[in-house]
Design a protein around this ligand. Sequence first.
Ligand code: ATP
Ligand code: ZN
Length: 301
Amino acid sequence: MSPAAPAAVRDRLRIAIQKSGRLSEPARALLASCGLAWRESRDRLFCYGESLPIDLLLVRDDDIPGLIADGICDLGIVGRNVLRERALAGEGATAPREWRALGFGGCRLALAVPQEESWSDASQLAGRRIATSYPGTLAAWLRERAIDADVVTLSGAVEIAPRLGKADAICDLVSSGATLAANQLKPVVTLLESEAVLAGPAAPFGDVRSELAALLLRRLDGMLKVKDSKLLLCQVTRGMLDELLQLLPDAEAPTVTSIDGGDRIALQALCRGALTWQRLEDLKRAGAQALMVLPVERMLA
Ligand code: ATP
Ligand code: ZN
């Protein structure tokens, strides 16, 4: 092992995100919603943080774990599938960690076989060839089950490998399953449920970057928390309150204020579940009046 390079002290935080692809826009939008704004450079590879000392580096998603491991970037937004592959394909000790799941870019890494093949369980993969761009994750999965199969590593067009006679099965990312179906394949086992994650180093930064990262995490957590939440406002008589709250199991710390010191009270609750018309009608039947559902923009606990 080479001796560790002295940690560079830096006073700005650098976040790697995908330059162009499925995660680019949602990653940028999420960071912008945390109050970050950047000046674009002409080559659009580096964006200088103007509102906070937090810069962006726009790269290929596959490079993100390595950039963090090498200390070139401090954090990154990348699919869990890419992060896990890097950790399993060696370098486990220096591999970046998942700091937060971000709730977009959802997909799964799945094994798929030709549609006409009958499937009972994974042991039938023994001695077969499986094409994948995730050799580390697949090999680890096979090893855990003591299945001896041939892992054929391909960098792209994995789904056509069976038709070309290069493999008997594949292990690839699936979201709707339409690509598999178009290639006469069917998913049979899920190896990994994936989504975009915030990745960071296992060890603390040890300089001002720690505070910047903590600030970003606080804002991110606030954004992730309000993502599917709505604020419910309504009025109800005191005697009906318990019944009403039973209809709101997803309401967080409801606030109750009495109106003019009388029997009527105003209720304010942050609800996680969808406040559909049906639910509002149920609440109304339980005695709620002046029901209002408001979007939540920010939250700081
Ligand atoms: P790059 O040029 O950055 O290497 P890419 O082609 O590897 O791009 P994309 O296809 O944009 O990457 O996918 C980026 C990430 O989006 C994937 O690693 C995965 O986490 C997520 N993703 C979500 N749904 C899918 C899907 N149906 N197929 C592939 N990736 C998906
Ligand atoms: Zn990629």
